[in-house]
Ligand binder design. Sequence first.
Ligand SMILES: Nc1ncnc2c1ncn2[C@@H]1O[C@H](COP(=O)(O)OP(=O)(O)O)[C@@H](O)[C@H]1O
Ligand SMILES: [Mg+2]
Length: 374
Amino acid sequence: MPHKVFLSRLKLTDFRNYAAVSLDMDGRHVVLTGDNGAGKTNLMEAVSFLSPGRGLRRAAYSDVTRVGASAGFSIFAELEGMEGGVEIGTGADTTDENTARKLRINGTTAKTADELTDHLRVLWLTPSMDGLFTGGSSDRRRFLDRLVLSLDPAHGRRASDFERAMRSRNKLLDEGRFDPSWLSGIEQQMASLGIAMALARQEMLGLLTRLIEETRETSPFPSAALALSGFMDGQFARPAVDLEDDYAAMLADSRYRDAAAGRTLDGPHRADLLVRHREKQMEAERCSTGEQKALLVGLILAHAKLVANLTGHAPVLLLDEIAAHLDEGRRAALFDLIDSLGGQAFMTGTDRSMFSALGERAQFLTVSDGHVGE
Ligand SMILES: Nc1ncnc2c1ncn2[C@@H]1O[C@H](COP(=O)(O)OP(=O)(O)O)[C@@H](O)[C@H]1O
Ligand SMILES: [Mg+2]
């Protein structure tokens, strides 16, 4: 394994309940403990802003900015990144409503947030994801796309370009403008982007499935069987050009139907991630709450391993309230597994003793009311 990717310093200004805070880290895992509402998840959210997107809460920047702050928030991080030492600064000026997030890497303004993925990959698991298997398909799709994105940074661009093309198709249909050449142009674009998205998802699931298979015997967690459904089911072994032609034809044939529905009814934006508990031969949504959590933890850690194998560097892991609801044996096995990935993990909990099995492998910090101490 090459050098470890880790954060060595994190400074926040007017971020959530932190007016100003600075943390120094020594490369070990970081355990954050403190009472409810102290600011543990907020710190993880700040780290999640070191990846493209709106962070682990998908929050508006105006919500992220500390109440009472005059301008916006800022985050500064020093890290040992995939290409060596790097300084990342990001933030948004929330006095302007449509503000974008600014990003500087080693003092130079980055053109897109995708540049972050040259330096680190960040994966997270938070209690708000507990309902992933029982909730609506859009959360699972987003989860799936984040997994793809951590391997293939171009996936985000493909998805947003697809969305844009689809919106223009919906608008033309809504306005009753059935101009065939105009529509086919847009539908061609949707077809090439949409099939590329679906294939990227399919490829990632294939790799993840193989890795889960290989590590099944030794994993302390149940293993997930993964499948996609809802778009071009069972067809992904066919050449991409054929799939594109089929999807474009499908769109052309469904213009009147989609106009009546007010939206595009076929496409990668309707796909769902199906998860089964392999050992139990049971759909994840029918498993117990504890089993679902264990499946999800197993899935995230398998994916982290996949990212490590493919990029050569373990991702930074943000595991919020990870130790809750696990018995002591499972907890120790979890910590060993996290540590064996070879990266840096941030973990939170209310009680330090839950993390004692980590011993010297972690640095312990206490969070209270927007302050962080030893
Ligand atoms: N924009 C904000 N400005 C000030 N405080 C905030 C802001 N957003 C959230 N908070 C506060 O941050 C506190 C800590 O949140 P959180 O990090 O989720 O706590 P926990 O330690 O339980 O994970 C909450 O009390 C919340 O009210
Ligand atoms: Mg929390």
